[in-house]
Each structure stands twice: as structure tokens, then as C-alpha cells.
Design a protein around this ligand. Structure first.
Ligand code: ATP
Length: 295
């Protein structure tokens, strides 16, 4: 089952496309990192997926063909927005009360248990909690709905490294314990490298790269050789940099097992390195690179 499926999805604000011709199939059971430069369309895509915005163009379904924004979809998807909209003047207990009234099937016992483990007292005012505690509260409210899909839009942007680490640990635990699929937008590539097993990279409102992280890493190499050495036509160069007489490439290779010519040295790449190479590359080509193996 695909948790998000889009076809030529587009969203225009006035004369400007925030998302354009975005075609994407995200399978269930992954922690998906949605990355891209500022203004790439990440929030727009997530807002459409959770029903907060409607598309101008194209189609989108969630959780195996359910129309995005329909009551069934809303029931099964939990969303934590960038600004974590919590009522700062309410106590944590009142916040849980509001969440229970607004959400059918809200698991109060689960929420109490989680907040107890985190040491977040029910009588605390939400506005007096630390940024990390507020993020954990927002995450608890989302998880207590026992969603099939958890959508997180830059949830750790304002958190310190420890709070960020703890937040991500909670997300990973929810994935393993409850089987929830997660899609998470973030600029924290190093953090995503640790936890994400599926990557979607957007540039200029369109999908540039997507697929399981393991497949993407297998299909890309960092190649170092002398400037002027012939570049194998089966290498699709994503990034090329010269330092004196040395050329450093990051390339997608048709056949990861093929031998590399003697003048070149090859090594594996990491997620951060791979994403940076695509993010530096501009403009986006017309046809996105997709990993077919897992489809
Ligand atoms: P960031 O990483 O900075 O959060 P993003 O990838 O999430 O960026 P979006 O917020 O989706 O990008 O914005 C994509 C484009 O659409 C931007 O040019 C933005 O200015 C524009 N945009 C987004 N929302 C609106 C809106 N409500 N009205 C007008 N333009 C908008």
C-alpha cells in the first residue's frame, strides 16, 4: 500500500507554482525524509496530503487510495505542523481534554502514560513548557490518535540537539511499536541520515529523487580522478568539482557493480552527501530519477 500517491500534483498561489507536476508513490512502513531547499514545496505537499490545502492540478490519494482530506483520511492521519499549534494558556490536562473532544478515538490512557514517562506534569501550563517538552506534547497528541500515517513538518527546527534527539527517538519507537508510517520534512540532513530509510527530495516544486535510502546509496558513488580523465557514459554526474588537478564527482551509476577505470577511485556515499549534491544541482531536469527496485 502507498501512504501517499500523487500524479502530476500542482498547487499555484497567484501566478506562482509552489508545487508542479509532482508525481510520487510513497510505500507504507517507512520513515520518509522529505528534503529540499527553502521554498521547494515541502510544506505545500504535506498540507495537501493532510487536507489543509487543495491542489490546483493533478491527483492525490493517501493510505491506499483514500482521497486526501476526506473524513476517512483525516481520521487515520496525524499531523504535527511546523509551529505546533498548542493553546499556551491551557494546562497540559486541559489540552488533552480538548484533543479528546476533537478527535474520535483519542487514547487518553496512552497520552497520560507517555507524558508521565517524559516527566511532563498534567498541571503545567503549556506556555511554560520548554520547546522540547512542547514538541513532545504535540507528538503525544498526534500519536494518541493511533494514526496509520504520521506527518511531521519540520518538527525539530527550534529544538536543541538533545531535545531533537529525544523527539526523533520517540518517532522511531512509535514506528517500531505501533507500525505507523512517518513522513517528515526537515533541513537536518545529518539527523535524517540516522533515522530515515526512504528519501524524497524536492526542488522547484517537483520530485528530483525518491526511493529507499539503501537503493539510492547503492546507486550513487563518489568518484575521484584527474581533471581531464574520461567520464564513463554510464555515470550520470550529479555534481562535479575541481580542486587543482583533481576532479571529484558524485554520480548515479547504471550498474553499481561495474568496475571503475584505473584513473578513478570510487567510494560509497552517505545520505547527507547525496542529498547535498542534488540540492546544489540546479536547475532540476525534466525527468526525475526514481529507484524502481522497490516499486
Ligand atoms: P521551507 O523549507 O522554507 O519551509 P518549503 O519547501 O516548505 O519551504 P513551501 O512553504 O511549500 O516550501 O512554499 C513553496 C512556495 O510556495 C514558496 O515560494 C512560498 O513562498 C509559496 N507559498 C507557500 N504557501 C503560500 C501561500 N499561502 N500563499 C502564497 N505563496 C505561498
Amino acid at each position: 500500500m502507498n501512504v501517499i500517491e500523487t500524479s502530476a500534483l500542482g498547487r499555484r498561489y497567484g501566478g506562482q507554482w509552489a508545487l508542479r507536476n509532482c508525481t510520487l508513490n510513497v510505500p507504507e512502513g517507512h520513515l520518509v525524509a522529505l528534503v529540499g531547499p527553502n521554498g521547494a514545496g515541502k510544506t505545500t505537499l504535506l498540507n495537501i496530503a493532510v487536507g489543509l490545502t487543495s491542489p490546483t492540478d493533478g491527483q492525490i490519494t493517501v493510505l491506499g487510495g483514500i482521497p486526501a482530506g476526506s473524513p476517512t483520511a483525516l481520521d487515520r492521519i496525524a499531523f504535527v505542523a511546523q509551529d505546533m499549534p498548542l493553546y499556551r494558556n491551557l494546562s497540559v490536562s486541559d489540552m488533552l481534554h480538548v484533543a479528546r473532544n476533537l478527535n474520535h478515538g483519542f487514547d487518553v490512557a496512552y497520552a497520560h502514560g507517555r507524558l508521565g514517562n517524559l516527566g511532563i506534569g498534567l498541571r503545567h501550563k503549556v506556555g511554560k513548557l520548554s520547546g522540547g517538552q512542547r514538541a513532545q506534547l504535540a507528538l503525544t497528541l498526534a500519536l494518541a490518535r493511533h494514526p496509520q500515517l504520521l506527518v511531521l513538518d519540520e518538527p525539530t527546527a527550534s529544538l536543541d540537539p538533545v531535545a531533537r534527539h529525544d523527539f526523533m527517538a520517540t518517532v522511531v519507537t512509535a514506528m517500531t511499536d505501533d507500525g505507523v508510517s512517518v513522513i517528515l520534512s526537515s533541513h537536518g540532513l545529518a539527523e535524517l541520515e540516522r533515522v530515515a530509510d526512504y528519501l524524497v527530495l524536492l526542488t522547484d516544486g517537483a520530485v528530483r529523487v525518491d526511493g529507499p535510502v539503501d537503493d539510492l546509496l547503492r546507486q550513487h558513488l563518489r568518484l575521484t580522478g584527474p581533471v581531464g580523465a574520461p567520464v564513463d557514459p554510464r555515470w550520470h554526474v550529479v555534481e562535479s568539482r575541481d580542486a587543482r588537478a583533481v576532479r571529484v564527482l558524485l554520480a548515479r551509476v547504471d550498474d553499481p557493480a561495474m568496475p571503475v577505470p584505473d584513473e578513478w577511485e570510487a567510494r560509497a556515499v552517505g545520505v547527507e552527501e547525496l542529498a547535498l549534491a542534488y540540492l546544489r544541482e540546479s536547475p532540476a531536469p525534466t525527468r526525475p530519477f526514481m529507484v524502481e527496485a522497490a516499486r
